[in-house]
Ligand binder design. Structure first.
Ligand code: GLY
Ligand code: MN
Ligand code: MN
Length: 357
């Protein structure tokens, strides 16, 4: 992880800082390997300083041997201010997007003589391009969910409650080695399938309903994110038409991914194809997002996003269409941007609307 710290330091000159405080949990782990829930990292021209409270002193030392581990009782703001003064840092950057206004004010007051500068997205930008080890970790998390979905699909049947099936999936993921669920699972059936983020409820599944299932696991710190839509026992023509339209949009978006295009370009492609079937107005969210240590990270595949895609970015592609009162369809795969295009990591079938139960 030392090389990541080095790459971060190379960015200091452009934003005119001599040191940078990292408070976000994923960013902290990315730079140091420290897995505790609290702690502050000070990156400067010496060894990174990892400041923790007494609960984490030994853990920090063993997880982060290249850091200078400091134990501080009153870390924010006094402990941090002492560290900064001892290192004679005069221009200090911090993650404005991850520090509350109140905490920022306290630190600023304790840092007399030091300019505190909000530098958003510094580590997040580094994290957008995954290293080969990170891609292989995400690949494993994606495979785990593919396998668990196949195992749990026979249990998705008429009479079962949405939340009971979601619990089965979570147990199966944990039994298969996942650290935890990546988010609260979505199992949305019938009219509820028109809710893009309808958390699994006590509703029982019924014949003829579309069911959107959106599940994901964290495995060795990296996330997967997966959605399939199925129908229970029998499909009606409108459901098949809706599914085919969303599938065409999803495939078109994947085909549009290559180095040099923007997140906005990919989003536009999905919307254009969905518009051809008349469903554009029912696609009410963005086309996808970066995936890694967090389930939602940069870059976004959304309207107006100018971030240029580069090899090594890992993205979800997940258009959907939602008809109020009737149901909806979403299909979500994880892809990695390659030199020429996109490799799809998700292997679960999606070619036809699957009839289950
Ligand atoms: N599971 C949340 C999402 O697909 O973004
Ligand atoms: Mn999802
Ligand atoms: Mn997603």
């Amino acid at each position: 992880m030392k090389h990541r710290v080095e790459r971060l330091r190379e960015k200091f000159a452009a934003v005119k800082i001599e040191g940078f405080l990292v408070t976000n949990q994923e960013n902290r782990y990315y730079l140091t390997g420290f897995t505790g829930s609290t702690g502050v990292v000070l990156i400067h021209d010496g060894a990174p300083v990892l400041a923790v409270d007494g609960r984490y002193r030994e853990q920090a030392r063993s997880e982060c041997p290249f850091c200078e581990v400091v134990e501080a009782k009153r870390l924010w703001p006094e402990g941090i201010a002492d560290l900064v003064r001892e290192r004679n840092i005069k221009r200090l950057g911090a993650e404005g997007g991850h520090v509350t206004r109140e905490a920022w004010g306290k630190l600023e007051a304790a840092l007399a003589g030091v300019v505190l500068i909000s530098v958003p997205g510094l580590v997040e930008t580094l994290r957008t391009i995954k290293e080969p080890e990170e891609i292989s970790a995400i690949r494993k998390a994606v495979q785990l969910v593919d396998d668990v979905f196949a195992t749990c699909l026979p249990a998705l049947r008429v009479g079962v409650k949405e939340r009971d099936w979601a619990l089965e999936v979570e147990l199966a993921l944990r039994r298969s080695g996942a650290d935890r669920a990546a988010f609260d699972f979505i199992t949305a059936s019938g009219r509820r399938a028109a809710l893009p983020h309808g958390s699994a409820s006590a509703k029982a599944l019924q014949t003829g309903e579309l069911v959107i299932v959106d599940i994901g696991a964290v495995l060795q710190h990296y996330c997967s994110d997966f959605t399939r839509t199925v129908v229970l026992e029998e499909a009606e023509p409108w459901q098949e038409k809706l599914y085919e339209a969303v599938l065409a949009a999803q495939k078109a978006a994947i085909a549009a991914i290559r180095p040099g295009v923007t997140g906005g370009d990919v989003d536009r492609e999905a919307r254009t194809v969905l518009a051809e079937s008349g469903y554009a107005e029912f696609f009410t969210h963005s086309t996808g997002h970066g995936l890694g240590l967090a389930v939602h990270e940069e870059p976004r595949l959304a309207e107006g996003v100018e971030t240029i895609l580069e090899p090594g970015m890992v993205l979800t592609v997940e258009p959907g269409a939602y008809l109020t009162g009737r149901g909806g369809v979403r299909i979500e795969d994880v892809v990695v941007v390659t030199g020429e295009g996109a490799e799809v990591l998700t292997a679960s079938p999606k070619e036809v609307l699957l009839v289950v139960g």
